[in-house]
Design a protein around this ligand. Structure first.
Ligand SMILES: NC(=O)c1ccc[n+]([C@@H]2O[C@H](COP(=O)([O-])OP(=O)(O)OC[C@H]3O[C@@H](n4cnc5c(N)ncnc54)[C@H](O)[C@@H]3O)[C@@H](O)[C@H]2O)c1
Length: 364
């Protein structure tokens, strides 16, 4: 990305010098010059305040645990109160350092009023008007096809994966700008640069949302550089990470919060398995299909090349190194290289098969 050297930027009085009030927790105040924001990357999370969306399970939970272990206060939101309670318990069993806060807030990131309520609760409970880290992490899969999914399913995925990130930034931007240094971390996916999950499955809602997250975050680099240079941002692009996203997505997509497939989805899954050449798939009972789906969710969690804890460490190291693009996992790095090397072939069967063979994916 070319460096933008606007002479005007260096003469705006607003950007010449930030002298900020002490953040909650009494951390030292910092002075910023007009050299482009904070003088050095955020090397240390101790005493800071982090917001994590989707902190109930997976990478959000592991981010919370690792941030707490580094002495960072955490405020998380999720649609699942029970999952967040477990994350909080895990943070506390690892000995919450004296005075550190970990708070949980039920909020759906696709709904702006929920995020505003989350922000207000956080301000009150953490006694702060600023935050230092925003992890827009919440996301779900599903709703992949314009043909076989309902419009509601499609838009539910899109509005969480894209809308949640956009609204998260909108809602918390003033609190980030009020901090002496801050970092926005938006989770996209390898589906933010490669819009496929295999040859037998449509993946339009998730991929569109993740491409939007990537584009938005890349454009934000300069918006922040021009208008709030002490705030940085990164886009996270994980490969296959071992989490419960398959079953959690089901819960969020289904009206009753069930992990089981609906009758329509059973029929669709059978069709997909037939198309994928699964032996005798057309003769499988509905219960067999449910069991195959449960097995897929188990395997996604347990057979992944990268764990959620490893992913969280890579993300936090990327923030400390102030990298704007954070690829998570060797599979993500290889896919990035392959798509760049042969963009026109990226959606061909040969490309998919040779890539999945190389990295051992069994997703499609
Ligand atoms: N696991 C992977 O292989 C993978 C790969 C690439 C990208 N990602 C992305 O990483 C992020 C984290 O996913 P994960 O794999 O840890 O999944 P996960 O299901 O374990 O965690 C996501 C959390 O977000 C919560 N959530 C879902 N919808 C929500 C909403 N509307 N509002 C608030 N919370 C909501 C869920 O309840 C869950 O606790 C997601 O954005 C996902 O798209 C995951």
């Amino acid at each position: 990305m070319p460096e933008v050297a606007s002479p005007i930027r260096f003469h705006l009085p607003m950007q010449r010098c930030y002298i900020l009030r002490a953040p909650a927790g009494g951390a030292a105040t910092k002075k910023h010059t007009d050299k482009g924001g904070a003088e050095s990357p955020m090397k240390d999370f101790a005493g800071k305040i982090a917001v994590i969306t989707g902190g109930g399970t997976g990478m959000g939970r592991e981010l919370a645990r690792q941030l707490i272990a580094e002495g960072c206060n955490v405020a998380m939101c999720d649609v699942s109160e029970a999952a967040m309670a477990e994350t909080k318990r895990l943070c506390e069993t690892e000995k919450l350092p004296q005075g550190l806060r970990v708070t949980t807030h039920v909020a759906d990131v696709a709904i702006e009023d929920h995020l505003k309520r989350f922000r207000d609760e956080l301000a009150e409970q953490h006694k702060t008007d600023r935050i230092h880290l925003l992890f827009n992490n919440a996301g779900i899969g599903g709703g992949g096809s314009l043909f076989t999914n309902t419009r509601d399913q499609w838009e539910r995925t899109f509005n969480i994966c894209w809308g949640g990130v956009y609204l998260g930034v909108r809602t918390f931007l003033p609190m980030l700008v009020a901090a002496d240094e801050a970092h926005i971390v938006n989770t996209a996916s390898v589906n933010g640069f490669w819009a496929s999950i295999g040859m037998n499955q449509a993946h339009t809602a998730y991929s569109s949302a993740k491409f939007a997250v990537k584009g938005f975050t890349e454009a934000l680099i300069n918006d922040l550089r021009l208008h709030a240079p002490h705030v940085k941002c990164s886009v996270v692009m994980p490969g296959h990470i071992g989490t419960s996203i398959v079953s959690n997505s089901r819960k969020v997509q289904s009206a009753d919060g069930s992990e089981r497939l609906s009758d329509d989805e059973v029929a669709l899954t059978r069709k997909r398995m037939v198309a994928a050449g699964v032996p005798d798939a057309d003769r499988m009972s509905d219960e067999d299909i449910q069991a195959a789906f449960a097995e897929r969710a188990r395997s996604f969690l347990e057979d992944a090349p990268t764990t959620a804890a490893e992913a969280a460490k890579i993300i936090l190291d990327g923030v400390k190194a102030e990298r704007w693009r954070i690829l998570v996992g060797e599979d993500a790095k290889r896919l990035d290289e392959r798509v760049r090397a042969a963009p026109e072939q990226a959606y061909d069967r040969d490309f998919y098969e040779s890539f999945t063979q190389e990295v051992g994916w069994r997703l499609g």
